[in-house]
Design a protein around this ligand. Structure first.
Ligand code: AHG
Ligand code: MN
Ligand code: MN
Length: 334
């Protein structure tokens, strides 16, 4: 029988592949692993404890009930704050960044940007949700408190990114730019165990994933591409949690779309919390990630923290195909 490799063992082992590395990134990944286990516990208990529902609701004893995405946000921040390697965090749940106070004897070299709970509307109905994170190295003086502008780095500068899917089982998938690996949580020992080494996305697949309810709100080229998917008898799957939808595509191949709509002319999903980390993972698995202007998402300039992006992401051949539709039909449209 092959010996189990835990997430902690794996990240320490792969750190040895980078001689001279300080180990800070390793510790941040380990802290995120701990946070993921705590969030997982609460997600699994969601039907039992009074954590469901809106943040402003109260439980029977009149105490404030936290919404699960606020809980996940706080757990992630707490786990990152105490280590001393992370200088600050930016979160989909927070308007402004949080700059951590320096921990004595530690150099906080890294920044974490995250969507603590992705697909949170699924939680009340027992459907999969996720966590997304991206890690950057600080560009400026690590002795100073971090400023918001330091978080506005292009996706191509990511040093690591990952997601956790709280699904039928819980899996943490991450990359440090050297391939993608997946770790499934074994609840009996409370450890993430290496289950998917060097994940590769198929170059094509039978799935497309888009909120087809917005079909009439999409541009002509997107509508034509969706018609094409339907002509090919591709299977439509849309969970409403990007992590879950992309995770299927990581294994089975396919394409995920969140184009501009009338309501969201720049797209709905957030560039730094969702678009960039997921693009880094998808590319590392051999896939492609563009916006509807056909720009590589990872190359897009980040002007503000909560900037939105359109998304075309998935199997390389399918993204290339879609690119042809955009080039052909947007010319007709203009
Ligand atoms: P979040 O729960 O973090 O706000 O993210 C939900 C996102 C994304 O995961 C999903 O793909 C998309 O919103 C669903 O949006 P629609 O309901 O508009 O399809
Ligand atoms: Mn999200
Ligand atoms: Mn969220």
């Amino acid at each position: 029988m092959e010996r189990i490799v835990t997430l902690d063992e794996f990240i320490i082992k792969t750190q040895q592949d980078f001689p001279g590395s300080s180990g800070s990134l390793t510790r941040i990944l380990r802290d995120i692993g701990i946070a993921a286990k705590i969030v997982n516990r609460e997600v699994n208990m969601a039907g039992l404890v009074n954590i469901l529902g809106r943040a402003d609701s109260s439980n029977a004893s009149g105490e404030d009930v936290q919404k699960l995405d606020i809980f996940a946000n706080e757990v992630m921040i707490d786990c990152l704050k105490n280590g001393g390697e992370c200088a600050g965090v930016a979160s989909e749940e927070l308007e402004n960044v949080i700059a951590f106070d320096p921990v004595e004897g530690q150099t906080a070299e890294y920044l974490v940007l995250m969507d603590p709970l992705d697909g949170s509307s699924n939680i009340d109905v027992n459907v999969s949700v996720g966590t997304i994170f991206g890690i950057y190295k600080r560009e400026s003086d690590t002795n100073k408190k971090v400023a918001e502008k330091e978080f506005l780095q292009r996706g191509s500068a990511l040093v690591a990114a990952g997601y956790v899917l709280y699904g039928t089982s819980t899996i943490l998938v991450y990359t440090t730019g050297n391939g993608v690996n997946g770790f499934t949580l074994d609840p009996s020992i409370g450890e993430f165990c290496l289950s998917h080494r060097n994940m590769k996305m198929p170059a094509s697949g039978n799935y497309y994933s888009v909120n087809q309810g917005y079909y009439l709100k999409f541009d002509l080229e997107m509508r034509r591409y969706i018609d094409h998917c339907s002509d090919l008898n591709l299977r439509l799957r849309y969970i409403g949690s990007m992590v879950s939808d992309i995770h299927r595509i990581m294994f089975q191949g396919g394409i995920f779309l969140y184009p501009n709509t009338r309501k969201y002319p720049a797209g709905k999903l957030r560039l730094v919390y969702e678009g960039n980390p997921m693009s880094f993972i998808v590319e590392q698995a051999g896939g492609k990630a563009l916006n509807t202007k056909l720009e590589r998402i990872l190359d897009v300039e980040v002007k503000e923290l909560h900037q939105r992006t359109t998304i075309i992401m998935g199997s390389s051949d399918m993204v290339n195909d879609l690119q042809e539709f955009v080039e052909r039909y947007s010319a007709i449209n203009s």
